[in-house]
Design a binder for this molecule. Sequence first.
Ligand code: ZN
Length: 595
Amino acid sequence: MKEEAGAQGITWNLDDLVAPPAETRIDAALAEAERRIDGFAARYRGRVAGLSGREMRDLLLQYEGILEQVGAAESFASLSWSTQSDDPARGALLQKVMERQSRLSQKSVFLDIEWANVPDEPARALFDDPLLSRWRHWLVISRRYKPHLLSEPEEKILSEKSVTGRNAWSRFFDETLAGTLYEWEGGMVPQEVILRQLYLPDRATRRSAAASLTKGLRGLQRATTYVTNTLLADKSSDDRLRRYPGWISARNMDNQVDDATVDALVRAVTSRYDVVARYYRLKKRLLGLPELFDYDRYAPLPVKERRFTWSEARDTVLAAYGRFHPRMAEVASLFFDKRWIDAEVHPGKRGGAFSNPTVPSAHPYILMSFQGATQDVMTLAHELGHGVHQYLARERGVLQQNTPLTMAECASVFGETLVFQDLISREKDPAVVLSMLVREIEGSFATVFRQVAMHRFEDAVHTARRTEGELTAERISTIWLATQRAMFSDSVTLTDDYGIWWSYVPHFIHVPGYVYAYAFGDLLVRALYSRFLSGGSEFPPRYLDMLAAGGSDWPTALLKPLGVDLADPGFWAQGLRLLEGMVAQAEQLAGNTGS
Ligand SMILES: [Zn+2]
Protein backbone atom coordinates (compact mmCIF):
# COMPACT_ATOMS: atom_id res chain seq x y z
CA MET A 1 0.00 0.00 0.00
CA LYS A 2 3.09 2.19 -0.10
CA GLU A 3 2.05 4.05 -3.24
CA GLU A 4 -1.09 5.30 -1.46
CA ALA A 5 0.80 7.20 1.20
CA GLY A 6 0.89 10.19 -1.10
CA ALA A 7 2.56 12.64 1.27
CA GLN A 8 6.08 12.15 -0.12
CA GLY A 9 7.57 15.58 -0.64
CA ILE A 10 5.01 17.32 1.61
CA THR A 11 7.51 19.15 3.74
CA TRP A 12 7.34 22.55 5.36
CA ASN A 13 9.24 25.64 4.49
CA LEU A 14 10.72 27.19 7.63
CA ASP A 15 12.14 30.24 5.80
CA ASP A 16 9.16 32.32 7.07
CA LEU A 17 10.51 31.90 10.59
CA VAL A 18 14.22 32.33 9.94
CA ALA A 19 15.59 32.84 6.46
CA PRO A 20 18.78 30.99 5.49
CA PRO A 21 21.54 30.81 6.60
CA ALA A 22 19.44 30.02 9.65
CA GLU A 23 22.13 29.39 12.23
CA THR A 24 23.97 32.64 11.48
CA ARG A 25 20.73 34.59 11.62
CA ILE A 26 19.67 32.89 14.85
CA ASP A 27 22.98 33.78 16.47
CA ALA A 28 22.57 37.38 15.37
CA ALA A 29 18.93 37.51 16.53
CA LEU A 30 19.78 36.11 19.94
CA ALA A 31 22.65 38.57 20.34
CA GLU A 32 20.34 41.43 19.43
CA ALA A 33 17.63 40.13 21.74
CA GLU A 34 20.17 40.07 24.53
CA ARG A 35 21.11 43.70 23.90
CA ARG A 36 17.45 44.65 23.82
CA ILE A 37 16.66 42.82 27.02
CA ASP A 38 19.62 44.41 28.80
CA GLY A 39 18.28 47.82 27.80
CA PHE A 40 14.79 46.77 28.85
CA ALA A 41 15.98 45.67 32.29
CA ALA A 42 18.08 48.83 32.75
CA ARG A 43 15.03 50.95 31.98
CA TYR A 44 12.35 49.17 34.01
CA ARG A 45 13.93 47.04 36.69
CA GLY A 46 12.85 48.24 40.15
CA ARG A 47 10.33 50.64 38.59
CA VAL A 48 7.36 48.45 37.60
CA ALA A 49 5.30 49.43 40.65
CA GLY A 50 5.41 53.13 39.77
CA LEU A 51 4.66 52.99 36.04
CA SER A 52 1.87 55.03 34.47
CA GLY A 53 -0.50 53.43 31.96
CA ARG A 54 1.47 54.92 29.06
CA GLU A 55 4.80 53.67 30.44
CA MET A 56 3.32 50.22 31.05
CA ARG A 57 2.10 50.10 27.47
CA ASP A 58 5.61 50.94 26.20
CA LEU A 59 7.05 48.27 28.45
CA LEU A 60 4.64 45.63 27.13
CA LEU A 61 5.28 46.57 23.50
CA GLN A 62 9.03 46.23 24.01
CA TYR A 63 8.60 43.01 25.92
CA GLU A 64 6.46 41.51 23.16
CA GLY A 65 9.07 42.51 20.59
CA ILE A 66 11.81 40.69 22.46
CA LEU A 67 9.67 37.60 23.01
CA GLU A 68 8.86 37.55 19.30
CA GLN A 69 12.51 37.64 18.35
CA VAL A 70 13.55 34.89 20.73
CA GLY A 71 10.40 32.87 20.03
CA ALA A 72 11.04 32.78 16.29
CA ALA A 73 14.56 31.41 16.88
CA GLU A 74 13.33 28.87 19.38
CA SER A 75 10.45 27.73 17.13
CA PHE A 76 12.81 27.33 14.18
CA ALA A 77 15.29 25.25 16.16
CA SER A 78 12.60 23.05 17.62
CA LEU A 79 10.72 22.52 14.33
CA SER A 80 13.89 21.82 12.41
CA TRP A 81 14.93 19.25 15.02
CA SER A 82 11.49 17.57 15.01
CA THR A 83 11.76 16.46 11.37
CA GLN A 84 15.29 15.10 11.86
CA SER A 85 15.74 14.40 15.57
CA ASP A 86 18.64 12.04 14.82
CA ASP A 87 20.77 14.87 13.37
CA PRO A 88 23.25 15.96 16.06
CA ALA A 89 23.67 19.41 14.48
CA ARG A 90 19.95 20.13 14.84
CA GLY A 91 19.96 18.79 18.40
CA ALA A 92 22.91 21.03 19.20
CA LEU A 93 21.22 24.10 17.69
CA LEU A 94 18.09 23.43 19.71
CA GLN A 95 20.10 23.01 22.89
CA LYS A 96 22.03 26.20 22.20
CA VAL A 97 18.87 28.21 21.59
CA MET A 98 17.22 26.80 24.71
CA GLU A 99 20.22 27.71 26.83
CA ARG A 100 20.28 31.26 25.45
CA GLN A 101 16.53 31.57 25.85
CA SER A 102 16.75 30.54 29.48
CA ARG A 103 19.47 33.14 30.08
CA LEU A 104 17.34 35.81 28.43
CA SER A 105 14.21 34.89 30.34
CA GLN A 106 16.16 35.22 33.59
CA LYS A 107 16.82 38.82 32.67
CA SER A 108 13.12 39.57 32.35
CA VAL A 109 11.98 37.61 35.37
CA PHE A 110 11.93 40.85 37.39
CA LEU A 111 8.82 41.86 35.41
CA ASP A 112 6.70 38.93 36.63
CA ILE A 113 7.88 39.35 40.19
CA GLU A 114 7.54 43.12 40.36
CA TRP A 115 4.17 43.09 38.61
CA ALA A 116 2.88 40.40 40.96
CA ASN A 117 4.01 42.53 43.89
CA VAL A 118 2.36 45.77 42.82
CA PRO A 119 -0.30 46.48 45.50
CA ASP A 120 -3.88 45.71 44.47
CA GLU A 121 -5.15 49.24 44.09
CA PRO A 122 -2.61 50.66 41.61
CA ALA A 123 -2.67 47.33 39.79
CA ARG A 124 -6.43 47.59 39.38
CA ALA A 125 -6.06 51.11 38.02
CA LEU A 126 -3.76 49.70 35.33
CA PHE A 127 -6.14 46.81 34.50
CA ASP A 128 -8.83 49.40 33.84
CA ASP A 129 -6.63 51.81 31.88
CA PRO A 130 -7.98 51.89 28.29
CA LEU A 131 -4.40 52.18 26.99
CA LEU A 132 -3.78 48.70 28.41
CA SER A 133 -7.06 47.03 27.45
CA ARG A 134 -5.23 44.93 24.87
CA TRP A 135 -3.24 43.21 27.65
CA ARG A 136 -5.89 43.25 30.36
CA HIS A 137 -6.29 39.49 30.76
CA TRP A 138 -2.54 38.88 30.78
CA LEU A 139 -2.08 41.56 33.43
CA VAL A 140 -4.81 39.97 35.54
CA ILE A 141 -3.71 36.36 35.23
CA SER A 142 0.00 36.98 35.72
CA ARG A 143 -0.70 38.35 39.19
CA ARG A 144 -2.43 35.16 40.25
CA TYR A 145 0.93 33.50 40.74
CA LYS A 146 1.96 35.94 43.44
CA PRO A 147 1.60 33.45 46.31
CA HIS A 148 3.70 30.92 44.35
CA LEU A 149 6.59 33.06 43.13
CA LEU A 150 9.98 32.94 44.79
CA SER A 151 12.49 35.74 45.09
CA GLU A 152 14.22 36.95 41.94
CA PRO A 153 17.57 35.22 42.58
CA GLU A 154 15.74 32.00 43.43
CA GLU A 155 13.67 32.18 40.25
CA LYS A 156 16.83 32.79 38.25
CA ILE A 157 18.55 29.75 39.68
CA LEU A 158 15.51 27.53 39.13
CA SER A 159 15.21 28.73 35.55
CA GLU A 160 18.88 28.18 34.79
CA LYS A 161 19.04 24.77 36.43
CA SER A 162 15.88 23.57 34.65
CA VAL A 163 17.84 23.47 31.38
CA THR A 164 20.12 20.73 32.64
CA GLY A 165 17.46 19.37 35.00
CA ARG A 166 13.84 18.85 34.01
CA ASN A 167 14.25 19.91 30.36
CA ALA A 168 17.31 17.74 29.87
CA TRP A 169 15.52 14.66 31.22
CA SER A 170 12.57 15.40 29.01
CA ARG A 171 14.77 15.62 25.92
CA PHE A 172 16.63 12.48 26.95
CA PHE A 173 13.27 10.69 27.13
CA ASP A 174 12.27 11.94 23.66
CA GLU A 175 15.57 10.98 22.07
CA THR A 176 15.63 7.59 23.77
CA LEU A 177 12.13 6.76 22.57
CA ALA A 178 12.69 8.20 19.08
CA GLY A 179 15.95 6.28 18.73
CA THR A 180 14.49 2.92 19.77
CA LEU A 181 13.59 0.35 17.16
CA TYR A 182 11.27 -2.60 17.72
CA GLU A 183 11.45 -6.11 16.31
CA TRP A 184 9.09 -6.58 13.42
CA GLU A 185 8.95 -9.26 10.73
CA GLY A 186 12.61 -10.07 11.06
CA GLY A 187 13.74 -6.42 10.99
CA MET A 188 13.68 -3.42 13.27
CA VAL A 189 11.10 -0.60 12.96
CA PRO A 190 10.26 2.65 14.78
CA GLN A 191 7.46 2.90 17.34
CA GLU A 192 5.01 4.54 14.89
CA VAL A 193 5.08 1.46 12.67
CA ILE A 194 4.49 -0.89 15.60
CA LEU A 195 1.57 1.15 16.94
CA ARG A 196 -0.06 1.07 13.48
CA GLN A 197 -0.24 -2.72 13.63
CA LEU A 198 -2.63 -2.50 16.60
CA TYR A 199 -5.29 -1.12 14.24
CA LEU A 200 -5.03 -3.99 11.74
CA PRO A 201 -7.70 -6.68 11.35
CA ASP A 202 -5.42 -9.68 11.84
CA ARG A 203 -5.39 -10.63 15.51
CA ALA A 204 -2.06 -12.49 15.40
CA THR A 205 -0.47 -9.36 13.88
CA ARG A 206 -1.87 -7.18 16.66
CA ARG A 207 -0.80 -9.65 19.32
CA SER A 208 2.78 -9.84 18.08
CA ALA A 209 2.96 -6.04 17.61
CA ALA A 210 1.84 -5.64 21.23
CA ALA A 211 4.43 -8.20 22.31
CA SER A 212 7.15 -6.40 20.35
CA LEU A 213 6.23 -3.03 21.89
CA THR A 214 6.19 -4.60 25.35
CA LYS A 215 9.61 -6.16 24.76
CA GLY A 216 11.06 -2.88 23.50
CA LEU A 217 9.60 -0.91 26.39
CA ARG A 218 10.88 -3.44 28.91
CA GLY A 219 14.33 -2.97 27.41
CA LEU A 220 14.02 0.76 28.14
CA GLN A 221 12.46 0.23 31.54
CA ARG A 222 15.51 1.25 33.57
CA ALA A 223 15.81 4.54 31.74
CA THR A 224 12.09 5.37 31.60
CA THR A 225 11.54 4.48 35.27
CA TYR A 226 14.51 6.60 36.28
CA VAL A 227 13.37 9.59 34.19
CA THR A 228 9.81 9.23 35.50
CA ASN A 229 10.93 9.09 39.13
CA THR A 230 13.26 12.03 38.67
CA LEU A 231 10.54 14.16 37.12
CA LEU A 232 7.97 13.13 39.74
CA ALA A 233 10.42 14.19 42.44
CA ASP A 234 11.27 17.39 40.58
CA LYS A 235 7.58 18.27 40.39
CA SER A 236 7.14 17.47 44.05
CA SER A 237 9.95 19.77 45.14
CA ASP A 238 8.75 22.48 42.77
CA ASP A 239 5.24 22.31 44.24
CA ARG A 240 6.65 22.35 47.78
CA LEU A 241 8.90 25.35 47.12
CA ARG A 242 6.07 27.22 45.42
CA ARG A 243 3.51 26.27 48.05
CA TYR A 244 0.98 24.56 45.81
CA PRO A 245 -1.46 22.44 47.80
CA GLY A 246 -1.49 19.47 45.40
CA TRP A 247 0.25 18.05 42.33
CA ILE A 248 -2.52 19.25 40.00
CA SER A 249 -3.04 22.74 41.48
CA ALA A 250 -0.41 24.50 39.35
CA ARG A 251 -1.78 22.87 36.18
CA ASN A 252 -5.36 23.92 36.99
CA MET A 253 -4.14 27.43 37.59
CA ASP A 254 -2.38 27.44 34.21
CA ASN A 255 -5.55 26.06 32.66
CA GLN A 256 -7.53 28.89 34.21
CA VAL A 257 -10.07 26.55 35.74
CA ASP A 258 -10.64 25.90 39.41
CA ASP A 259 -9.96 22.57 41.13
CA ALA A 260 -13.71 22.06 41.62
CA THR A 261 -14.48 22.20 37.86
CA VAL A 262 -11.77 19.64 37.13
CA ASP A 263 -12.95 17.47 39.98
CA ALA A 264 -16.48 17.56 38.66
CA LEU A 265 -15.23 16.58 35.19
CA VAL A 266 -13.17 13.64 36.50
CA ARG A 267 -16.00 12.44 38.73
CA ALA A 268 -18.58 12.76 35.95
CA VAL A 269 -16.41 10.74 33.54
CA THR A 270 -15.42 8.01 36.02
CA SER A 271 -19.07 7.65 37.02
CA ARG A 272 -19.87 6.73 33.42
CA TYR A 273 -17.22 4.02 32.91
CA ASP A 274 -20.27 1.78 32.29
CA VAL A 275 -20.52 3.35 28.82
CA VAL A 276 -17.01 2.03 28.04
CA ALA A 277 -17.85 -1.49 29.19
CA ARG A 278 -21.13 -1.40 27.24
CA TYR A 279 -19.30 -0.44 24.07
CA TYR A 280 -16.56 -3.07 24.37
CA ARG A 281 -19.14 -5.78 25.01
CA LEU A 282 -20.73 -4.75 21.69
CA LYS A 283 -17.36 -4.78 20.01
CA LYS A 284 -16.64 -8.25 21.34
CA ARG A 285 -19.84 -9.52 19.66
CA LEU A 286 -19.10 -7.62 16.44
CA LEU A 287 -15.65 -9.13 16.22
CA GLY A 288 -17.01 -12.54 17.17
CA LEU A 289 -14.38 -13.01 19.85
CA PRO A 290 -15.03 -14.79 23.15
CA GLU A 291 -12.72 -12.42 25.02
CA LEU A 292 -11.13 -9.05 24.18
CA PHE A 293 -7.52 -8.37 25.17
CA ASP A 294 -5.66 -5.08 25.29
CA TYR A 295 -4.32 -5.63 21.77
CA ASP A 296 -7.90 -6.01 20.46
CA ARG A 297 -9.07 -2.57 21.58
CA TYR A 298 -8.36 -0.90 18.23
CA ALA A 299 -9.22 -3.85 15.97
CA PRO A 300 -11.23 -2.58 13.01
CA LEU A 301 -14.59 -4.11 12.18
CA PRO A 302 -14.37 -6.45 9.24
CA VAL A 303 -15.20 -3.97 6.48
CA LYS A 304 -12.98 -2.40 3.91
CA GLU A 305 -11.75 0.94 5.15
CA ARG A 306 -11.49 3.82 2.75
CA ARG A 307 -7.99 5.07 2.06
CA PHE A 308 -6.99 8.57 1.05
CA THR A 309 -4.27 10.15 -0.99
CA TRP A 310 -2.79 13.35 0.37
CA SER A 311 -4.80 15.54 -2.00
CA GLU A 312 -8.05 13.68 -1.19
CA ALA A 313 -7.37 14.23 2.48
CA ARG A 314 -6.75 17.92 1.87
CA ASP A 315 -9.93 18.33 -0.21
CA THR A 316 -12.02 16.45 2.35
CA VAL A 317 -10.92 18.64 5.24
CA LEU A 318 -11.19 21.90 3.31
CA ALA A 319 -14.69 21.03 2.07
CA ALA A 320 -15.96 20.21 5.57
CA TYR A 321 -14.37 23.34 7.02
CA GLY A 322 -15.81 25.43 4.20
CA ARG A 323 -19.33 24.16 4.80
CA PHE A 324 -19.06 25.36 8.40
CA HIS A 325 -17.80 28.80 7.39
CA PRO A 326 -15.83 29.93 4.31
CA ARG A 327 -13.27 31.67 6.52
CA MET A 328 -12.34 28.34 8.12
CA ALA A 329 -11.45 26.84 4.74
CA GLU A 330 -9.71 30.02 3.63
CA VAL A 331 -7.33 29.97 6.60
CA ALA A 332 -6.81 26.21 6.40
CA SER A 333 -5.88 26.48 2.70
CA LEU A 334 -2.92 28.65 3.59
CA PHE A 335 -1.28 25.68 5.31
CA PHE A 336 -1.27 23.72 2.05
CA ASP A 337 -0.61 26.55 -0.36
CA LYS A 338 2.25 28.06 1.60
CA ARG A 339 3.91 24.85 2.83
CA TRP A 340 3.16 25.15 6.52
CA ILE A 341 2.74 21.36 6.88
CA ASP A 342 5.29 18.58 7.12
CA ALA A 343 3.45 15.31 6.45
CA GLU A 344 5.87 12.87 4.82
CA VAL A 345 7.10 9.83 6.70
CA HIS A 346 10.82 9.30 7.09
CA PRO A 347 13.30 7.91 9.63
CA GLY A 348 14.42 10.31 12.37
CA LYS A 349 11.19 12.31 12.26
CA ARG A 350 9.60 12.53 15.68
CA GLY A 351 6.33 10.69 16.19
CA GLY A 352 2.85 12.03 16.75
CA ALA A 353 1.45 15.24 15.36
CA PHE A 354 1.25 18.84 16.48
CA SER A 355 0.56 22.37 15.39
CA ASN A 356 3.14 24.82 16.70
CA PRO A 357 1.82 28.40 16.92
CA THR A 358 5.37 29.87 16.71
CA VAL A 359 5.11 33.69 16.96
CA PRO A 360 2.42 36.19 15.84
CA SER A 361 4.67 37.78 13.22
CA ALA A 362 4.97 34.38 11.51
CA HIS A 363 2.27 31.65 11.50
CA PRO A 364 1.68 28.14 12.83
CA TYR A 365 3.35 24.99 11.44
CA ILE A 366 1.87 21.49 11.44
CA LEU A 367 3.80 18.24 11.76
CA MET A 368 2.27 14.82 11.14
CA SER A 369 3.09 11.49 9.46
CA PHE A 370 0.48 10.89 6.78
CA GLN A 371 0.01 7.26 5.72
CA GLY A 372 -3.37 7.41 3.98
CA ALA A 373 -5.75 5.96 6.56
CA THR A 374 -9.06 7.59 7.54
CA GLN A 375 -7.40 8.16 10.90
CA ASP A 376 -4.72 10.26 9.19
CA VAL A 377 -7.45 12.42 7.64
CA MET A 378 -8.85 12.93 11.13
CA THR A 379 -5.38 13.83 12.41
CA LEU A 380 -5.07 16.38 9.62
CA ALA A 381 -8.51 17.78 10.55
CA HIS A 382 -7.41 17.90 14.18
CA GLU A 383 -4.12 19.70 13.61
CA LEU A 384 -5.71 22.12 11.14
CA GLY A 385 -8.27 22.95 13.82
CA HIS A 386 -5.35 23.95 16.04
CA GLY A 387 -3.73 25.72 13.11
CA VAL A 388 -6.78 27.84 12.27
CA HIS A 389 -7.22 28.69 15.96
CA GLN A 390 -3.57 29.68 16.36
CA TYR A 391 -3.58 31.64 13.13
CA LEU A 392 -6.69 33.67 14.02
CA ALA A 393 -5.44 34.32 17.56
CA ARG A 394 -2.14 35.87 16.36
CA GLU A 395 -3.80 39.29 16.53
CA ARG A 396 -3.78 39.00 20.32
CA GLY A 397 0.00 39.20 20.43
CA VAL A 398 2.63 36.88 21.84
CA LEU A 399 1.39 37.19 25.43
CA GLN A 400 -2.22 36.24 24.73
CA GLN A 401 -2.22 34.26 21.49
CA ASN A 402 -2.27 30.89 23.23
CA THR A 403 -5.22 29.55 25.13
CA PRO A 404 -4.88 27.55 28.31
CA LEU A 405 -4.81 23.78 27.74
CA THR A 406 -8.48 23.41 28.64
CA MET A 407 -9.41 25.39 25.54
CA ALA A 408 -6.44 24.32 23.44
CA GLU A 409 -8.07 21.07 22.25
CA CYS A 410 -11.40 22.70 21.49
CA ALA A 411 -10.80 23.87 17.91
CA SER A 412 -8.94 20.67 17.03
CA VAL A 413 -11.69 18.33 18.18
CA PHE A 414 -14.33 20.59 16.64
CA GLY A 415 -12.46 20.39 13.33
CA GLU A 416 -12.41 16.61 13.58
CA THR A 417 -16.13 16.54 14.32
CA LEU A 418 -16.92 18.62 11.23
CA VAL A 419 -14.91 16.29 9.01
CA PHE A 420 -16.34 13.17 10.59
CA GLN A 421 -19.96 14.27 10.21
CA ASP A 422 -19.25 15.20 6.61
CA LEU A 423 -17.69 11.83 5.81
CA ILE A 424 -20.39 9.80 7.54
CA SER A 425 -23.27 11.69 5.93
CA ARG A 426 -21.93 10.91 2.47
CA GLU A 427 -21.45 7.20 3.18
CA LYS A 428 -24.19 4.93 1.81
CA ASP A 429 -23.08 1.51 3.03
CA PRO A 430 -24.49 0.88 6.57
CA ALA A 431 -21.61 -1.46 7.36
CA VAL A 432 -19.12 1.29 6.58
CA VAL A 433 -21.22 3.77 8.61
CA LEU A 434 -21.10 1.38 11.55
CA SER A 435 -17.37 0.98 11.19
CA MET A 436 -16.88 4.75 11.03
CA LEU A 437 -19.15 5.27 13.99
CA VAL A 438 -17.14 2.72 15.90
CA ARG A 439 -13.93 4.60 15.02
CA GLU A 440 -15.49 7.84 16.24
CA ILE A 441 -16.67 6.24 19.45
CA GLU A 442 -13.23 4.79 20.02
CA GLY A 443 -11.57 8.09 19.22
CA SER A 444 -13.82 9.90 21.61
CA PHE A 445 -13.33 7.24 24.27
CA ALA A 446 -9.58 7.60 23.85
CA THR A 447 -10.00 11.33 24.41
CA VAL A 448 -12.55 11.30 27.20
CA PHE A 449 -12.39 8.04 29.15
CA ARG A 450 -8.82 7.00 28.41
CA GLN A 451 -7.41 10.44 29.25
CA VAL A 452 -9.36 10.53 32.49
CA ALA A 453 -8.10 7.03 33.34
CA MET A 454 -4.60 8.36 32.57
CA HIS A 455 -5.31 11.32 34.79
CA ARG A 456 -6.25 8.88 37.57
CA PHE A 457 -2.90 7.15 36.91
CA GLU A 458 -0.98 10.42 37.13
CA ASP A 459 -2.85 11.37 40.28
CA ALA A 460 -1.90 8.03 41.83
CA VAL A 461 1.81 8.05 40.82
CA HIS A 462 2.38 11.65 41.89
CA THR A 463 0.75 10.85 45.22
CA ALA A 464 2.69 7.58 45.56
CA ARG A 465 6.04 9.25 44.79
CA ARG A 466 5.31 11.86 47.46
CA THR A 467 4.29 9.35 50.11
CA GLU A 468 6.29 6.22 49.27
CA GLY A 469 9.53 7.62 47.83
CA GLU A 470 11.17 6.29 44.64
CA LEU A 471 8.89 3.93 42.75
CA THR A 472 9.94 0.71 41.03
CA ALA A 473 8.83 -0.05 37.47
CA GLU A 474 6.61 -2.78 38.96
CA ARG A 475 4.92 -0.37 41.34
CA ILE A 476 4.20 2.09 38.53
CA SER A 477 2.92 -0.76 36.36
CA THR A 478 0.59 -1.92 39.15
CA ILE A 479 -0.90 1.55 39.39
CA TRP A 480 -1.20 1.74 35.60
CA LEU A 481 -3.05 -1.58 35.36
CA ALA A 482 -5.38 -0.77 38.28
CA THR A 483 -6.41 2.62 36.87
CA GLN A 484 -6.89 1.26 33.34
CA ARG A 485 -8.74 -1.91 34.46
CA ALA A 486 -11.22 0.23 36.40
CA MET A 487 -12.30 1.80 33.11
CA PHE A 488 -12.84 -1.47 31.19
CA SER A 489 -14.35 -3.47 34.02
CA ASP A 490 -14.84 -7.02 32.63
CA SER A 491 -15.22 -5.92 28.99
CA VAL A 492 -11.50 -6.04 28.06
CA THR A 493 -8.80 -8.18 29.66
CA LEU A 494 -5.64 -6.17 30.19
CA THR A 495 -2.72 -8.59 30.24
CA ASP A 496 0.21 -8.14 32.60
CA ASP A 497 2.32 -7.33 29.51
CA TYR A 498 0.26 -4.16 29.19
CA GLY A 499 1.62 -3.08 32.58
CA ILE A 500 4.71 -1.39 31.07
CA TRP A 501 2.75 0.67 28.53
CA TRP A 502 2.68 3.74 30.74
CA SER A 503 6.34 4.22 29.89
CA TYR A 504 6.08 5.64 26.37
CA VAL A 505 3.37 8.28 27.01
CA PRO A 506 5.18 11.59 26.42
CA HIS A 507 2.58 13.77 28.16
CA PHE A 508 3.41 12.34 31.56
CA ILE A 509 6.99 13.51 31.00
CA HIS A 510 6.49 16.83 29.22
CA VAL A 511 3.45 18.35 30.90
CA PRO A 512 2.30 16.66 34.11
CA GLY A 513 -1.46 16.91 34.49
CA TYR A 514 -1.98 17.67 30.80
CA VAL A 515 -4.23 14.77 29.87
CA TYR A 516 -7.54 15.75 31.48
CA ALA A 517 -7.61 18.78 29.16
CA TYR A 518 -8.39 16.37 26.28
CA ALA A 519 -11.50 15.10 28.08
CA PHE A 520 -12.45 18.66 28.92
CA GLY A 521 -12.05 19.67 25.26
CA ASP A 522 -13.90 16.69 23.79
CA LEU A 523 -16.96 16.94 26.03
CA LEU A 524 -16.99 20.68 25.48
CA VAL A 525 -16.94 20.16 21.71
CA ARG A 526 -19.82 17.67 21.82
CA ALA A 527 -21.88 20.35 23.53
CA LEU A 528 -20.73 23.06 21.10
CA TYR A 529 -21.51 20.88 18.11
CA SER A 530 -25.07 20.24 19.27
CA ARG A 531 -25.46 24.01 19.72
CA PHE A 532 -24.16 24.52 16.16
CA LEU A 533 -26.75 22.06 14.83
CA SER A 534 -29.58 23.83 16.62
CA GLY A 535 -28.18 27.37 16.55
CA GLY A 536 -28.53 28.29 12.90
CA SER A 537 -26.31 30.80 11.15
CA GLU A 538 -25.34 32.75 14.28
CA PHE A 539 -23.13 30.04 15.63
CA PRO A 540 -20.22 29.86 13.10
CA PRO A 541 -19.23 33.56 13.25
CA ARG A 542 -19.45 33.51 17.06
CA TYR A 543 -17.33 30.40 17.12
CA LEU A 544 -14.70 32.07 14.91
CA ASP A 545 -14.76 35.11 17.22
CA MET A 546 -14.09 32.79 20.14
CA LEU A 547 -11.08 31.33 18.28
CA ALA A 548 -9.78 34.77 17.37
CA ALA A 549 -9.96 35.81 21.03
CA GLY A 550 -7.14 33.31 21.71
CA GLY A 551 -6.20 33.44 25.36
CA SER A 552 -7.38 36.99 25.95
CA ASP A 553 -10.08 36.05 28.48
CA TRP A 554 -11.12 33.35 30.94
CA PRO A 555 -12.50 30.14 29.37
CA THR A 556 -15.87 30.71 31.02
CA ALA A 557 -16.07 34.20 29.48
CA LEU A 558 -14.93 33.01 26.03
CA LEU A 559 -17.58 30.30 26.00
CA LYS A 560 -20.47 32.34 27.30
CA PRO A 561 -21.51 33.84 23.92
CA LEU A 562 -21.75 30.25 22.66
CA GLY A 563 -24.21 29.30 25.37
CA VAL A 564 -21.85 27.20 27.52
CA ASP A 565 -21.87 27.40 31.31
CA LEU A 566 -18.95 25.44 32.76
CA ALA A 567 -20.24 25.95 36.28
CA ASP A 568 -23.41 24.01 35.48
CA PRO A 569 -22.94 20.55 37.06
CA GLY A 570 -25.17 18.94 34.43
CA PHE A 571 -22.93 20.19 31.65
CA TRP A 572 -20.44 17.29 31.64
CA ALA A 573 -23.20 14.71 32.06
CA GLN A 574 -24.82 16.13 28.91
CA GLY A 575 -21.68 15.50 26.84
CA LEU A 576 -21.40 11.99 28.26
CA ARG A 577 -25.00 11.24 27.30
CA LEU A 578 -24.11 12.15 23.70
CA LEU A 579 -21.38 9.52 23.79
CA GLU A 580 -23.80 6.99 25.25
CA GLY A 581 -26.18 7.86 22.41
CA MET A 582 -23.48 7.02 19.86
CA VAL A 583 -22.99 3.62 21.49
CA ALA A 584 -26.75 3.03 21.35
CA GLN A 585 -26.76 4.01 17.67
CA ALA A 586 -23.94 1.55 16.99
CA GLU A 587 -25.85 -1.19 18.82
CA GLN A 588 -28.86 -0.45 16.63
CA LEU A 589 -26.86 -0.49 13.41
CA ALA A 590 -25.38 -3.78 14.50
CA GLY A 591 -28.88 -5.19 14.69
CA ASN A 592 -28.73 -5.42 18.43
CA THR A 593 -31.34 -4.50 20.96
CA GLY A 594 -28.66 -3.28 23.34
CA SER A 595 -27.44 -4.84 26.51
ZN1 ZN B 1 -4.41 18.48 19.77
